[in-house]
Design a protein around this ligand. Structure first.
Ligand SMILES: [Zn+2]
Length: 347
């Protein structure tokens, strides 16, 4: 079957490859409809590795997907052929110690689509455990279904933050994940979310949502903006979504006494950390690695209309043009948030 294969760093091919198609008793088989292009897919393309995960053999890309079930295993009761679904790309060992604690995202044995050596799903069909496959409500499109995976990271961040209604949040970084975090923070009860970036274009996309206020770092510091917005008290929750080492300088000055700092962005190297700044305010520090138990909630929010991810889809490509989609993603246009690939023929 045809798939988008990353042959080696910098070399993509749309070609035939053998992918396992055996439907186990607890699995479903999905005809893939829409797949989002993720920053991690692009990073494997341009760098051939992310931290300890190194591409050593050709790998199919893609992990943000929605589609239609075409076969179900004999034990599957929750889903049926014809159901429209989206998929959680990580498959943990359900009997592992982490899974038993409800922390299956940090199960060391997790197999995650398009993380070497595991193939992704930029292909016409995928087989996946029913337990990590979620039915789309009728009002949720395939395009929105493929946005659930990146939004789930925002959901996990908002969950870890333990938001209280009326909280003021500050998000560092208006990239795709920063915007997802801001939307999840609002949905979680924040009264207002300040978001900072150096890109006016990215900020404009974020601030088009009611409740999100843009802070352009070319014009002011985030500390000054948070100070003004909270009359010197600080934000209840600060989300670091840039992964930039510079963001950690003065990070805790943004947090109110007793507030929380939630680390979402992944810095490439070790960063300096102002321990005294955190201790003097008794800042609660939380970290976010992917997500666990949030896909159902994300789908409920999208179906209810409380979260609208459609404006964030800024380009859609046909499957045959997948490589062009990736080359555009490499350009990292500031006006692009999410590019998607339509794998299904009929669209
Ligand atoms: Zn992703």
């Amino acid at each position: 079957m045809q798939a988008l294969v990353l042959e080696e760093k910098g070399v993509l091919a749309l070609r035939d490859i053998d992918l396992p198609q055996t439907v186990g008793p607890d699995d479903v088989k999905i005809a893939i409809h829409t797949v989002g292009v993720c920053g991690s897919d692009v990073h494997y393309y341009t760098h051939g590795a992310i931290g300890p995960y190194v591409l050593r053999a050709p790998m199919v890309l893609g992990h943000e997907a929605a589609g239609t079930i075409v076969a179900v295993g004999e034990n599957v009761r929750s889903l049926a052929v014809g159901d429209r679904v989206c998929m959680e790309p990580g498959i943990p060992d359900l009997s592992s110690r982490a899974s038993k604690l409800g922390l299956y995202n940090v199960d060391p044995a997790v197999r995650f689509w398009a993380t070497p050596p595991v193939h992704g799903i930029l292909a016409p069909y995928a087989v996946h455990p029913a337990a990590f496959t979620y039915r789309l409500p009728d009002s949720v499109s395939f395009a929105e279904g493929a946005m659930v995976e990146p939004f789930a990271i925002g959901m996990q961040a908002a969950t870890r933050a333990r938001i209280v209604p009326g909280d003021v949040a500050a998000v560092i970084g208006a990239g795709p994940i920063g915007i997802m975090v801001a939307l999840a923070a609002l949905a979680g009860g924040c009264s207002r979310v300040l978001i900072s970036d150096f890109s006016a274009e990215k900020l404009a996309i974020a601030a088009a949502y009611p409740g999100i206020e843009a802070v352009n770092l070319k014009e002011t510091t985030f500390a000054a903006a948070v100070d003004t917005a909270t009359r010197g008290w600080g934000a209840d929750v600060v989300f670091e979504a840039s992964g930039s080492a510079k963001a950690f300088e003065g990070l805790f000055n943004l947090v109110r006494p007793g507030g929380a700092a939630v680390l979402v962005g992944l810095p490439v190297d070790a960063v300096r950390f102002d321990v005294a700044g955190a201790i003097s305010r008794e800042v609660r520090i939380e970290t976010v690695f992917r997500y666990a138990n949030v896909f159902d909630r994300a789908l409920e929010l999208i179906a209810s209309g409380k979260v609208d991810l459609k404006p964030l889809i800024t380009g859609t490509y046909a499957f045959k043009d997948s490589i062009a989609a990736f080359d555009r993603a490499v350009e990292a246009r500031p006006t692009d948030v999410k590019l998607q690939i339509l794998v299904a023929e009929e669209g």
